[in-house]
Design a protein around this ligand. Structure first.
Ligand code: PMV
Length: 342
């Protein structure tokens, strides 16, 4: 057997993070050039499935750690398709160029690559909705109460508008009902109620700057939930403001109004500060980008660390990138966003 490979992209939340957990819309983009990879090759006879996650510096036999979210994903897919109870002898290698715990969806991307490679090995043709639902279950193990945004944008691999129903945001994810989706078939386990493609009338460039501070998603998401429980009216109001600006951002994308989009992104950052998920490092990068002439800038993802994004035009691209480096960015990636990703 020659090795079988598959991959999945990183993602970036353009606007709407956190509020999306509580039923407001968000817009997210796949980053085609930054990917997680999975490979399956034959294992030693009698050794069963062995998983090696190179970036986590971990290697384990599925039978020795069946509760690991990746072990569970593999066992679930094999159980649904296997002809015998015995696990096949396989080596699965996972690697990723996506920084971990940085707001770029590394966990969901690795899980998606894993599901894709297993599907290829098993010869089953899984639709994006089915892949997304499997990865969502895995994300719940890592994140606690994910909205389903990461697994959806990564599985569909196109810019999306994403919205749960309002009530779902108030429940635990175990209670989320079957979804409806206009991009693909709905399924009993799909976690996302509304997924729509978005129109991007004018291509634009985002600079993504990494604070270098690793912040697992679960912590800020849990903190926001506690604050929302303590002060529901205040947080519902903030989430409403985020939802309103995301709706306006979609209209800006559809008419190619990048100036107005930039202002909305910066406003989103102010709201995320008030929600309590920014950090001194993120604020410094956002301020530096704005001062250097970015059309707008904000943190992206769960916050308290990880990455921020800056919307730049061609004239200010270099100056903003330089300003981000000077303000402490560990690395700066430029990504071109357009209607069809290649
Ligand atoms: O930090 P990330 O990439 O896992 O993004 C989290 C996005 C949140 O809206 C904060 C949580 C979620 O599940 O949507």
């Amino acid at each position: 057997m020659t090795p079988i490979t598959a991959s999945a992209p990183a993602k970036l939340i353009l606007c709407g993070e956190h509020a999306v957990v509580y039923g407001r819309p968000a817009i997210a983009l796949p980053l085609a050039g930054i990917r997680a990879h999975a490979e399956i090759s034959p294992g030693q006879p009698g050794r069963g499935v062995r998983i090696r996650a190179r970036d986590l510096r971990r290697r384990w036999r599925l039978a020795d750690d069946p509760g690991h979210p990746f072990s569970e994903l593999v066992a679930k897919l094999l159980a649904e398709t296997a002809s015998s109870d015995r696990l096949p002898d396989l080596n699965i290698t996972l690697r990723s160029s996506i920084p971990i715990a940085s707001g770029m969806g590394s966990g969901a991307a690795v899980a998606t690559a894993l599901v894709r490679v297993l599907a290829a090995y098993l010869g089953c043709d899984l639709a994006p909705a089915a892949i997304s639902a499997l990865v969502f279950a895995s994300e719940q193990r890592f994140h606690g109460t994910p909205s389903g945004l990461d697994n959806t944008v990564i599985a569909y691999e196109q810019p999306i508008w994403f919205q749960r129903t309002k009530d779902e945001g108030r429940k635990t994810n175990d209670e989320i009902p079957a979804s409806s989706s206009v991009l693909g078939p709905s399924s009993e386990t799909q976690a996302t109620p509304l997924i729509e493609p978005i129109i991007i009338a004018a291509p634009f460039t985002l600079l993504i700057a990494d604070t270098g501070v690793r912040s697992p998603t679960r912590a800020p998401v849990g903190a926001v939930r506690e604050r929302w429980q303590a002060e529901p009216a205040r947080y519902e109001g903030l989430f409403d403001e985020v939802g309103a600006l995301v709706t306006q951002a979609r209209a800006c994308l559809a008419r190619g109004d990048l100036g107005a989009l930039g202002l909305l992104l910066s406003h989103n950052h102010s709201l995320l500060q008030r929600i309590g998920v920014s950090s001194p490092e993120l604020d410094a990068l956002v301020a530096a980008a704005q001062a250097a002439g970015a059309l707008g800038a904000k943190l992206s993802g769960a916050g308290w660390g990880g990455v921020m994004l800056a919307l730049v035009d061609a004239e200010r691209h270099q100056a903003v990138a330089q300003a981000l480096h000077s303000a402490g960015a560990q690395r700066v990636i430029a990504t071109a966003v357009q209607q069809h990703f290649v």
